[in-house]
Write a protein that binds this ligand. Structure first.
Ligand code: 9MG
Length: 278
């Protein structure tokens, strides 16, 4: 296998875990919906997250929260492209959170180096859109689709089923020409999962990390609300930071978070207490 020049490969070699800051250019995301819906607000938030220490920004123009309605491709493009263009030389890796091949192609041409697809490149043309570039990809597991996924999630063995799905998606990507070192996987916390499914997957992180680097997204999610008794996402910062540390300890390579500064500080303290430097 030839050595990849994909930026994610270099980043993962130098620093772990990486911090991926969330930028929702949407009116309806579950925690910060509407706050960064204009390009100007999203660009300002992106710059704040960079100052706080984000390694990667994940820019999304479609909410994937439970119950969310799909967004037209044109609308998604109008939301994410101005943000990408403004940040292409900002010194961080730009990821775009999308399920649409057309958005993937336009985003990669506008400076994105990673596609974060909650649908794991299953849409027709999605694998090709990534394979034709040297971009990296996050393949996430989701049962169902955002609009209905939390209505009746069901598994016989959630860890075995999610592992088999991710293994199959890795194989499909590799067969299409996406180098294994460009692939990151994600069990998809909250995406067609009950609380006990999320817990089982969290506990299986070391096992999943044997397949590929694992991205973990727990920030402010309902699982944190259940464990802390905090109904409002605004009250879930401490729980989210605790979960991020726990995931890092179990091999998470990338932490997808709303709160970069708090997570970064917590990781720095933890690493130094462990004698691992800052
Ligand atoms: C877009 N998005 C929302 N939550 C996510 C998660 O947990 N993982 C990934 N990869 N993307 C997510």
């Amino acid at each position: 296998m030839t050595a990849s020049t994909a930026p994610i490969v270099r980043l993962l070699q130098t620093r772990r875990p990486l911090l991926m800051g969330i930028v929702n250019v949407t009116p309806d995301s579950f925690h910060d919906g509407g706050r960064y819906a204009s390009p100007e607000a999203a660009i300002a938030q992106s710059r704040r997250l960079i100052d706080e220490g984000a390694d990667i920004l994940d820019i999304g123009g479609e909410s994937t929260r439970p119950g969310a309605q799909p967004v037209a491709v044109q609308e998604e493009l109008v939301r994410v492209l101005p943000v990408l263009r403004a940040l292409r030389n900002a010194g961080v890796l730009l990821s775009v959170d999308t399920r649409q091949p057309q958005v993937m192609r336009a985003a990669l041409a506008a400076g994105a180096a990673m596609i974060n697809d909650v649908n794991a490149l299953r849409a027709p043309g999605a694998i090709e859109a990534v394979a034709e570039t040297d971009a990296s990809v996050c393949l996430m597991h989701m049962q169902g689709e955002p609009r209905t996924m939390q209505q009746a999630p069901r598994y016989d063995d959630v860890v075995a089923e999610v592992t088999a799905f991710l293994r199959q998606r890795i194989d499909a990507c590799v067969a299409a020409g996406i180098g294994r070192d460009r692939i990151v996987i994600d069990p998809g916390f909250g995406f067609g999962k009950r609380f006990e499914d999320n817990l089982a997957l969290a506990r299986a992180l070391p096992e999943l990390a044997r397949l590929a680097p694992v991205l973990v997204g727990l920030s402010r999610k309902s699982m944190i609300g259940v464990m802390t008794g905090r109904a409002s996402t605004a009250e879930r910062l401490a729980g989210s930071v605790a979960a991020a540390l726990w995931a890092a300890r179990r091999g998470a390579a990338i932490l997808r978070v709303h709160d970069v500064a708090a997570t970064r500080d917590a990781l720095a303290v933890w690493r130094q207490l462990e004698g691992e430097g800052s």
